[in-house]
Write a protein that binds this ligand. Structure first.
Ligand code: NAD
Length: 484
């Protein structure tokens, strides 16, 4: 969208245009959906260098991380949707019931209409979603990534909706790249990008949408839900939370340390919704774990991590002050056992480990969303479970153990958006699993077919012939009929 302030009148114009386009019926066809998905795939391929540059401007993101976590295979999300689309669109035949005999019944997925997608800044383009055979031919390791902004757009288009995307103003380079480039690859009367911050989002939220998909903090999630309630608009809220990691003593400690470290610092330097927020372990095992994490971090980022090109910076001054204030708390600063350095000019904070931070500190209350990792110890591993259960339900919960009974207990008793055993972050990577929160970490889910479902209404369709008349159904309800 170009020219002038984006106010209520422009928001109303935009929704009216989207609604006209949707009502014309053209977003419903397989051909339209497939053409838009192909356009997005082409955009990602042709604009890879610009995307890398924008991500570097916004986050000083290492190229490899941009490639692995954001760029490489958002195309794969399109490819996956394109491959599955015909199957997803098919009516699902369900059994007829004796009461309706003779009849046939199907569930027909239909587009909801016009969808608003509001996204967060931390993975402004893509997100890791799949580990498997490489699509690019270059890497054997991680091979499917999605855009945090574009991934829900892919779902909305696959489901046949018209869409407006509002990327985050906190990653301005990526947001403006989206606004400039996306409309040139897709049907611009049905797919729009609106740049802006609170005021633009507020006027967008005042409009009547058929679906709102929001990724971000829970406080704004509440604002979104209140706005949606006015029009009874369904919402998906992809929120955050404090994702815990339990480390048992029965583990491969080297692999454990590497997988925790890459999930925390190798992912936007901790600025990821499913990054480990804190570790829980036993007092007896803490030293082994801390030593292994220190060795791993030294190997990953060297003795002077602020100089490492492999660590993203903090996104802006506001988040930098928030994080350094958390560390400056007297009750916290004394618990730093590794790291703790920062460079205000370059907005860099080194990977930092804290041991046995008091539980009533702010850092143990709010989502850290940065490179600081507290380790909390208990006498017994079971107490770690109680600790998690005393908190709000997290977006992700991780357990490292070889003990199958402990694993079973974790899976059965810990409630979280998703659970991962013996790794971090990678559950996000399976497009056959739903990704979303529970309780305060979110409402609804997406990825793969779940994205399609999130933006679809499952319409119940029952079809009868004129045969099969049962007179008992119709008044007058004579005594004879009541005997049947
Ligand atoms: P945020 O809530 O500050 O911003 C998200 C979006 O909301 C932005 O587009 C912003 O413009 C808009 N916004 C901000 N304030 C608003 C207001 N008062 N009224 C209307 N709109 C407003 O979140 P963020 O800082 O961009 O992202 C960080 C949070 O997002 C963390 O909690 C993180 O865990 C969560 N997150 C979740 C996921 C997920 O998939 N579940 C992914 C990434 C981030």
């Amino acid at each position: 969208m170009e020219g002038g302030a984006f106010d209520g009148a422009r928001a109303a114009e935009l929704t009216a245009e989207l609604r006209r386009s949707f009502d014309s019926g053209r977003t419903r066809s397989y051909e339209w959906r497939a053409a838009q998905l192909k356009g997005i795939a082409r955009m990602i391929e042709e604009k890879e260098a610009d995307i890398m540059a924008a991500l570097h401007d916004d986050l000083a993101k290492p190229q490899m991380e941009s490639f692995l976590h954001e760029i490489s295979l958002a195309k794969a999300s399109c490819t996956f949707a394109l491959k599955e689309l015909k199957r997803w669109m098919k009516p699902e035949k369900v059994p007829a019931s004796i009461t309706t005999f003779p009849s046939s019944a199907v569930i027909l997925p239909e587009p909801l209409g016009i969808a608003l997608i509001i996204s967060a800044w931390n993975y402004p383009f893509f997100n890791l979603t799949h580990v498997g055979p490489t699509l690019m031919g270059k890497w054997n390791y991680v091979s499917e990534f999605r855009l945090l902004s574009i991934d829900p757009v892919i779902g909305a288009i696959a489901a046949g909706n018209a869409v407006a995307l509002k990327p985050s103003e906190v990653s301005p380079a990526t947001s403006s790249l989206f606004a400039k480039v996306l409309p040139t690859y897709v049907d611009n009367s049905c797919i729009k990008v609106v740049e802006g911050s609170i005021s633009e989002t507020t006027v967008l939220l005042e409009q009547k949408w058929d679906k709102i998909f929001y990724t971000g903090s829970k406080n704004v999630g509440r604002i979104v839900m209140v706005a949606a309630a006015k029009h009874l608009t369904p919402v998906t809220l992809e929120l955050g939370g404090k994702s815990p990691v339990i480390v048992d003593s029965n583990v491969n400690i080297k692999v454990t340390a590497k997988r925790i470290a890459v999930g925390k610092w190798g992912s936007n330097n901790g600025q990821a919704c499913i990054a480990p927020d804190y570790i829980l372990t036993t007092k007896a095992f803490a030293k082994t774990l801390v030593d292994a994490l220190k060795i791993t971090l030294d190997k990953f980022y060297g003795k002077d991590p602020l100089e490492s090109a492999d660590l993203s910076r903090v996104v802006n001054d506001k988040h930098f002050s928030r994080l350094t204030n958390l560390l400056n708390d007297q009750n916290v600063s004394g618990t730093i056992i590794y790291g703790g350095q920062w460079d205000e000019k370059r907005l860099k904070i080194a990977p930092t480990l804290l041991l046995d931070v008091p539980h009533d500190t702010l850092i143990m209350d709010e989502e850290i969303f940065g490179p600081v990792l507290p380790i909390i110890t208990f006498e017994k591993i079971e107490q770690c479970f109680d600790f998690i259960q005393s908190k709000e339900k997290p977006l992700a919960a991780y357990l490292f153990t070889k003990d199958k009974k402990l694993e079973e207990k974790f899976v059965q008793t810990v409630s979280a958006g998703g659970i991962l055993i013996n790794d971090t972050g990678l559950h996000f990577a399976n497009p056959h699993l739903p990704f979303g929160g529970v309780g305060e970490s979110g409402i609804g889910a997406y990825h793969g077919k779940f994205s399609f479902d999130t933006f679809s209404h499952k319409k119940a369709v029952l079809s009868r012939s004129f045969a099969g008349e049962a007179s008992a159904r119709y008044p007058p309800y004579t005594q004879q009929k009541q005997k049947i």
